[in-house]
Design a protein around this ligand. Structure first.
Ligand SMILES: Cc1cc2nc3c(=O)[nH]c(=O)nc-3n(C[C@H](O)[C@H](O)[C@H](O)COP(=O)(O)OP(=O)(O)OC[C@H]3O[C@@H](n4cnc5c(N)ncnc54)[C@H](O)[C@@H]3O)c2cc1C
Length: 512
């Protein structure tokens, strides 16, 4: 079996790949057979000349041509994880986001019946709470965009990009298709499900887990973790439980718990993350700027982009682009503003947005374990003025350091108010953003000038890392505690968090 890479074709719904391959390698179509398409990406490096790029698996009837784009598949020996034997059939999982749910799937596959504890609510009441915030300015700190069934990814673009592809990520895509996602997600280079898609899949996963003996406790909050008599002790809704192990899948916004864990001396460290805001344009502007006006958008879908610039020791980059989506209020603490982005599966909205952020490290904000978290909170509180309206500024005014006299309509609810975004951040972040954005404005003509900034975007990834043993995944000083997913500080995004949870849970075996 061979992998054939870099098969480039003009935009078409059903390109004749055999013909393209035969032409590229000067062979006959009868010399090979395409077994399957394994990757499809959009090559938009040249505006008005957007192409498709494919990678396929194929077999050759004779000798394969010698070419660097044709690679023989050699089965790699995957390292097997060291097994950890448990006698308790009911491991505890805290959280109900991607890392928790995929950990749960690995556990039920082994025959465990995990117990989940999640502070937020199920999707339907959670939807009502989220709407209530967006329409009536009232936040439930335990059930919101960050917290509840499906975790932070439940209100998202549902981008399913994997950092690396291996047997674990393949398994995640297989599970997602088993629970209703389109098979294309494992082929597309930038797959996405949309908020509607991700919620539907999540509910099916939970139903499946329940059918296999898992038990879900929503509106159950973990408030303390300690070791008592060499056994883990968790306090949940004021009751104490002492499970054999706990998979801690709490996401990047579990601030009360991070603080408690730090007080209890559970080993953690500050980690780098990124801070900035959302930039929103009309999707038509984005389509035109990145793909051009001659592109067949029925093949490509609305244009997406990924931009980077250097600003001294910081990187300034776009992140979590939501074509046809909206900027949303993702606050989880009262009287503070956090923005993020989401879209539906069809991405048919008239606007597109992405985060535009600068990378920062403990050397910038301090090495104290909670320094990054405190910086986030400080910025979010500064951004709050009245109700949950978000500060906003025209991109061109941000570069010129002047408050915008007039702001256009945006997708953010409840609403926006005019503010100099630079004053939300410490000077080093503002300077980095201005430097990086000036570069981007030059390279992608008018990209910043024509955008409106809405912010702040502070929850790009976890500000802490919960230290765990490299081989076992267990906390280095709290036996029985297995931190997983984004909150643990080893993952960022839906797929990598899901992989982290699945991989950690795959180690556990039942004592015979
Ligand atoms: C609006 C938005 C859009 C996003 N879009 C994308 C995207 O398109 N693609 C992508 O890859 N990523 C996206 N992300 C990021 C992605 O959602 C996260 O990376 C992912 O959900 C992390 O998974 P997780 O399981 O580690 O944590 P989470 O999904 O954050 O789940 C953690 C869960 O733990 C619960 N919890 C926390 N503390 C406690 C406690 N003390 N007691 C009980 N329960 C607790 C929380 O309520 C939460 O439900 C988006 C995030 C947001 C907010």
């Amino acid at each position: 079996m061979y992998i054939i890479k870099n098969i480039s074709t003009r935009l078409a719904h059903h390109p004749d790949l055999a013909k393209v391959i035969a032409h590229k390698f000067q062979i006959e179509e009868s010399d090979f057979k395409i077994i399957s398409i394994i990757r499809r990406s959009i090559d938009s490096r040249k505006r008005n000349n957007v192409w498709l790029n494919f990678t396929v698996e194929a077999e050759f009837s004779g000798k394969a041509p010698i070419h660097h784009d044709i690679v023989e598949v050699i089965e790699k020996k995957e390292k097997t994880l060291e097994a950890i034997i448990l006698s308790d059939l009911n491991p505890v999982i805290i959280g109900c986001g991607p890392s928790a749910l995929f950990a749960g799937l690995a556990l039920v596959e082994e025959g465990f019946k995990p117990h989940f504890y999640e502070q937020g609510e199920r999707i339907q009441p959670r939807d009502e709470k989220v709407d209530y915030l967006w329409l009536h300015n009232q936040l439930d700190p335990d059930s919101n965009v960050q917290f509840g069934e499906g975790g932070a990814g439940a209100y998202s673009d549902g981008k399913l990009t994997a950092r690396t592809r291996d047997k674990y990520s393949d398994k995640i895509y297989a599970y997602l298709t088993q629970f209703g996602a389109d098979k294309r997600i494992s082929i597309d280079a930038l797959p996405h499900l949309g908020t509607d898609g991700i919620k539907a899949v999540t509910t099916k996963i939970i139903n499946y887990l329940e059918e296999h003996g898992a038990v879900f406790h929503f509106s159950h909050k973990l408030t303390d973790i300690k070791t008592v008599n060499e056994r883990l002790e968790l306090t949940i809704n004021d009751e104490k439980i002492t499970p054999e192990i706990c998979l801690l899948a709490i996401g990047n916004s579990a601030r009360e718990l991070f603080t408690k864990m730090h007080e209890n001396k559970i080993a953690m460290e500050a980690k780098s993350f990124a801070i900035g805001f959302r930039i929103e344009h009309s999707q038509e502007f984005i389509n035109n700027l990145f793909y051009g006006d001659k592109c067949d958008f029925t093949v490509t879908g609305p244009a997406s982009y990924r931009l980077t610039a250097k600003a001294g020791e910081h990187s300034v980059y776009s992140f979590c682009m939501c074509p046809g989506g909206s900027v949303i209020c993702g606050s989880s603490e009262e009287n503070s503003i956090v923005t993020n982005g989401m879209s539906m599966a069809d991405r048919e909205g008239r606007y597109g947005n992405s985060a535009l952020v600068a990378s920062i490290e403990p050397s910038h904000f301090g090495h104290d374990v909670l320094a990054g978290m405190n910086l986030q909170r400080n910025i979010e509180q500064k951004a709050y003025r009245d109700f949950y309206n978000a500060p906003a500024q025209l991109g061109r005014d941000f570069l010129k350091n002047r408050v915008s006299a007039k702001l256009p309509k945006t997708t953010y609810r409840p609403g926006i108010y005019s503010r100099s975004m630079g004053e939300l951040f410490p000077m080093y972040i503002t300077k980095a953003l201005v430097t990086g954005m000036k570069h981007l404005n030059k390279t992608y003509r008018g990209f910043i000038d024509n955008g409106v900034l809405i912010g702040p975007e502070t929850r790009t990834s976890s500000p802490v890392r919960i230290l765990r043993d490299h081989h076992t995944g267990e906390s280095i000083n709290t036996p029985g505690l297995y931190p997983v997913g984004e909150g643990a500080g080893y993952a960022g995004g839906i797929i990598s968090s899901a992989v982290d949870g699945l991989k950690a849970a795959s180690r556990f075996k039942i004592k015979k």
